[in-house]
Write a protein that binds this ligand. Structure first.
Ligand SMILES: Nc1ncnc2c1ncn2[C@@H]1O[C@H](COP(=O)(O)OP(=O)(O)OP(=O)(O)O)[C@@H](O)[C@H]1O
Ligand SMILES: [Mg+2]
Length: 282
């Protein structure tokens, strides 16, 4: 489900480095976002995000439809915190996020946020988070059942189509425990796509995978990003996959400290990458 692009002030885009890909309207704009965690039972608090600003009037400009952004930075820098706020599973202490033209802030109600999440956002985590007693097929079908928009037959057809998209048509009846790590992550990606999200948020999706599976998953994400124009915001600690992004944003101590742009997204080639790793380790 995609909405019509609305008119927006694009006068800031003259400052954006040229990339060889057409991007759409801004889908994520962040204004003066801060997050403080209070530690229950103590007076202590942790400031995880400091005045994050991703907006037309900042050097860190908004994320546009179809953009593939990779978030990097040291452990504890605030990456997961930011992703959870963008995914509406956590709320900021102050500031706003404009997501697909809808504004969210600390006063947004839970019902509003969960509706937005269910309709527009897909989430993929490092640990695969599949329901262990359900087959791959049932795991992918479940969010559609919860959303209640499609009938039984349509859900089943869509679950099958999504599992085909991620190359798992021969594994549909398998339980998560009967799938490899890479296959489980492909199921979670199929599940995240079940509501046809505008935005896919990924927190270290290849963190638990070996080299070959990392490349497989990255190539799958690149295909989804290019073909479906799904906006991807992905956290990773692996610098070698930066070539998949249109833009890299570095988060440190709860602040954006730098960004870099790739003119072209470039997939890794398994044999070449393995050769590179062998030489690096030698
Ligand atoms: N639920 C929480 N309660 C209190 N403090 C938290 C909570 N979650 C995160 N923090 C703190 O907020 C800061 C940012 O954490 P966050 O998980 O966002 O970092 P990160 O960049 O994702 O790190 P990593 O790369 O290790 O996953 C850290 O100092 C962390 O200890
Ligand atoms: Mg994290």
């Amino acid at each position: 489900m995609t909405s019509e692009p609305k008119d927006y002030d694009n006068s800031w885009t003259y400052r954006v480095p040229q990339i060889h890909k057409e991007l759409g309207e801004p889908v994520i704009t962040i204004r003066h976002l801060s997050k403080t965690y209070n530690i229950p039972g103590t007076d202590e608090s942790v400031k995880a995000l400091h005045d994050i600003h991703l907006a037309p009037d900042s050097e860190f400009y908004p994320i546009r439809r179809g953009e593939f952004v990779i978030l990097r930075g040291p452990s504890g820098g605030g990456k997961t915190t930011l992703l959870n706020i963008l995914g509406t599973i956590d709320t900021a202490t102050s500031g706003t996020v404009e997501l697909l033209g809808e504004e969210i802030s600390e006063i947004s109600s839970d019902a509003y946020l969960s509706g937005l999440r269910l309709r527009r956002i897909g989430f993929v985590f490092q640990t695969f988070n599949l329901l262990g007693t359900m087959s791959a097929f049932e795991n992918v079908e479940l969010p559609m059942t919860i959303q209640g928009k499609l009938g039984h037959r349509q859900r089943q057809e869509r679950a099958l189509m999504l599992l085909e998209t991620v190359g798992l048509q021969d594994r549909i009846a398998h339980l998560p425990s009967e799938l490899s790590g890479g296959e489980q992550q492909r199921v979670t990606i199929a599940r995240a796509l079940s509501n046809d999200p505008d935005i896919l948020l990924l927190d270290e999706p290849t963190g638990d995978l070996d080299t070959a599976n990392t490349i497989d998953i990255m190539n799958l994400l690149l295909r989804i990003n290019r073909e479906k124009k799904t906006t991807c915001v992905m956290v990773t600690h692996n610098p070698d996959v930066e070539c998949y992004a249109d833009r890299l944003l570095y988060l440190e101590d709860g602040r954006f400290v730098k960004q870099a742009v790739n003119k072209v997204q470039t997939p890794l080639i398994l044999e070449e990458y393995q050769e590179y790793l062998r030489k690096k380790d030698a």
